[in-house]
Design a protein around this ligand. Sequence first.
Ligand code: HEC
Length: 135
Amino acid sequence: MKKIIIAVVVILVAIQFIPVERTNPPVTQEVNAPEQVKSILKKACYDCHSNETNWSWYTKVAPVSFLVSNDVTNGREHLNFSEWDKLRGKESKAKEEIWEEVRDEKMPPWQYRIMHSEAKLTDEEKNILRRWAGE
Ligand code: HEC
């Protein structure tokens, strides 16, 4: 038992040295939305879908850091509220997808909602996003 515990501790310490990407690239164009909508997106989506990720302390601790870094890279690839200019003409399609994800409670992901109670959107907040998306 003691050997197992030592082995686990050694592994946990060792993986802290594996480099993890935690970048916040420059904002090229902020999402085009009223303040009310933006404040909802900021608290519920920006950590994974913007270049203004809040890299809080636990995102720096492996193995959580691997999962978070992966989510952010993946999330930014699919949708980036800090690079709205890249959408060029596909804005209404993007908004439609945003609403669908929120409506079906797929976004923000459940693991994120556990850690961030403010990311659990109320019906009122969902309605604001729905109206913004034009649905
Ligand atoms: C914890 C990180 C995280 C948060 C927070 C988050 N997302 Fe995502 N999102 C992802 C990841 C990762 C993907 C890509 C893979 C997937 O679909 O699961 C994604 C994909 C998406 C997609 C694209 C779906 C597709 O099929 O291409 C939309 C739209 C989206 N998210 C909207 C949102 C909205 C709106 C919020 C806030 C209300 C939000 N997300 C919050 C991680 C996140």
